[in-house]
Ligand binder design. Structure first.
Ligand SMILES: [Zn+2]
Ligand SMILES: [Zn+2]
Length: 261
């Protein structure tokens, strides 16, 4: 494993493992660029993210971990920021942080946390194709907003394996076009393999579209524990190669570099 940019810490209240333990596992697996991108503070569902007063502590913790691995593995400081379609949910402290990168993720549609098992009941009675349409519109807006270096798990709406009747390529295509036009990077997130959908985020069909558009990619395990660090990453890299990719992005101080893999 060369690159893994999206990893959580216990500060989000639903992950385990110290940053040192998480990064040590990545180092064991041969990682060269390891990123923390914990759930950033926002004034909504505070139980699933760091608080505003923890921002400083989080950044110090990541910098200390980076110091520990200096010369051996680069540790990068990022945030996973919720794209809520309303700027009032962006914390200025996070958005203006001197971090390495920001990942924009859609976890909410009309304030419904659709990937949270606690709220799975809300899928009942919804038109699944309309829901996918609404989801990919949000993904397109998150690309166009220009706030993010990377978009997180761009087909997370499949997490519980509710699949659309319409062809996924037709549903996702406008969002992929917006991603290409915005020049934003997309993560290949191996966490999908440990969820009911049991496949990479994004699916082969969407990965093929990304490759057709020559959209930049990076790699993430979205680990919420030491065991999840780098899990299924070999399969993820093989998928990238299968669709013609040979370079992936890393970000330092918000500027992009391409690394061959
Ligand atoms: Zn999480
Ligand atoms: Zn996420």
């Amino acid at each position: 494993m060369l690159i893994d940019l999206h990893n959580h810490t216990p500060l989000c209240n639903h992950a385990t493992g110290t940053p040192l333990a998480l990064a040590s596992r990545a180092y064991e697996l041969g990682c060269k660029y390891y990123g923390f991108a914990d759930h950033a503070f926002m004034p909504f569902e505070p139980e699933y993210r760091m608080s505003e007063v923890q921002i400083e502590f989080y950044e110090d913790l990541v910098k200390e971990t980076a110091e520990h691995f200096r010369g051996k593995m680069e540790i990068l400081l990022g945030y996973e920021v919720d794209f809520m379609d309303d700027e009032k949910y962006f914390s200025p402290r996070v958005m203006n942080s001197k971090c390495d990168f920001l990942i924009g993720s859609v976890h909410f549609l009309d304030f419904w946390g659709f990937d949270n098992p606690a709220f799975i009941g809300s899928y009942e009675g919804k038109d699944i194709d309309e829901l996918y349409g609404q989801y990919f519109e949000a993904i397109a807006r998150s690309a166009r907003c220009g706030c993010f270096d990377i978009l997180g798990h761009i087909d997370l709406i499949k997490v519980f394996n509710y699949r659309p009747k319409k062809e996924i390529k037709i549903l996702a295509q406008p969002a992929i076009k917006a991603i290409k036009e915005a020049g934003v990077c997309v993560e290949l997130n191996s966490a999908g393999w440990r969820k009911p959908c049991a496949e990479l985020y994004p699916s082969d069909e969407i990965l093929e579209l990304l490759a057709d558009f020559d959209a930049p990619i990076t790699f993430s395990s979205d680990a919420h524990s030491v065991e999840q660090v780098g899990a299924n990453m070999d399969k993820t890299i093989a998928k990238a190669r299968q669709f013609g990719y040979s370079k992936a992005c890393v970000f330092k101080k918000r500027s992009r570099e391409f690394i061959s893999f």
